[in-house]
Design a protein around this ligand. Sequence first.
Ligand code: NAD
Length: 479
Amino acid sequence: MSREQLVVQRARKSFQTGKTKLLEHRIHHLRNLLRFVTERRKDIAESVKKDLGKSEHGTELFETLGLEGEIKLAIDKLAEWAAPRPVEKSLLTISDEVFVHPEPLGVVLIIGAWNYPWAVTLQPLVGAIAAGNAAVIKPSEVSCHSAKVMEELLPQYLDKDLYPVVTGGVPETQELLKQRFDHVFYTGSSTVGKLVMEAAARNLTPVTLELGGKSPCYIDKNCDITVACRRITWGKFVNCGQTCIAPDYILCEPSIRSRVLEEIKNCIKEFYTDDPKTFEDYGRIINKQHFKRIMALMEGSAVAIGGDSDESQCYIAPTVLKDVTGESKVMKEEIFGPLLPIITVSGVEEAIQFINEREKALVIYVFSHDNKLIKRVIAETSSGALLANDCLVHFTVSSLPFGGVGNSGMGCYHGRYSFDQLSHLRSCLIKQLKLEGVNSMRYPPHTAKKLSWVCVAWVIVVHGLAADLLAAINVNCPP
Ligand code: NAD
């Protein structure tokens, strides 16, 4: 029996004891997870420093703060989320109990990515624990220092059988995917997302796919270009552009292009100094393979700002590219690095057309003072999210579902959405063994008289007349 098989078997056996159904059990583990993040802040920051060259404050801001917020929210709201949810009644269910009962799915596999190795791996875990599941946690092997710390330290805080950490690369992940899970939660590229979904389909296992893609950013000439460029420069170059929701490219009219370039140049200098290479808040590309991939994307485009690199340190300066078209190499795949191409369009009409000719993105950014224009982009495009006049921050709003659509993914999480995503929302209808006369209408023999009664009842239900009727005859519905 393989290690992966054993781990999953143990998790299932432990889940089957039913202990995760108890809310106290879930709260206890959520508190332990919170304690882990708080007590091991230094270990977490050091691992991310080694993996991505990120500063301690950067890790706190982009990984642990959000994680802590999600855990606290789940602890506060768990009783409400897990409670039966009464639904609207009709004439046919007036004397029944009708509700949705969230129940755990079973054993969930969480496969994380390397770019925010703690946030993208442990945030789904918050939902899995809150919803009462067991979860096998597979951190990315690419961020190897973070994976090692997670494997060593997390079991000191969480039940080892219910929430095991399995490290390893592609063969280990593939071995895990051969096992039967009740849900697979995957974060990573669309290419591997397809393999994950294929493997899950063999067991009819549902999946959440948090993928990537090219998120466009349209700058309307009618906006505060200085502020827009500050926010875009921040959103693009944080974590060296290795952010799934980083603005991938800019679309703007030729009349504002040089102003946009000038503003971004000033911001890069202000945020990262004249020498980002030696500045502690500017990190590194994760490895040589990604360094080479990103450098190759520049071929055929003109460098307007930056362009320096150092392979020995996996360093690529914040770089802006001009003279880019939809056919340029840099527009053929998600950049996932510190290159920002600027493409000119004649206006919002062409920008929408450009966006709609491509795969659906994780997010579309629009910068404009004109609310009508923003609403037009919402109405005429599709993406996982739309954020106007800022970058990245929708990720931090727990009341918004976070996820993609089409090529950028399926399913969503954060806050209550994580809980619902990893629960089965079970329909429950508890009828009374009464009113047999009314119920006899549906039993054989099926006569014309019975049918006409059924039709009347159906018309009342379908046309939503039940509530009016009940109000008219002043019937109080039981809660
Ligand atoms: P990665 O290489 O770390 O892969 C992700 C996971 O998939 C890892 O755990 C890895 O072990 C596993 N994996 C890789 N190849 C596999 C294979 N052939 N079979 C089975 N498992 C395999 O990460 P990546 O794919 O380079 O991540 C970058 C991508 O992730 C980008 O496209 C980015 O946009 C996306 N991303 C999305 C989100 C989101 O929330 N939507 C967050 C972070 C990253």
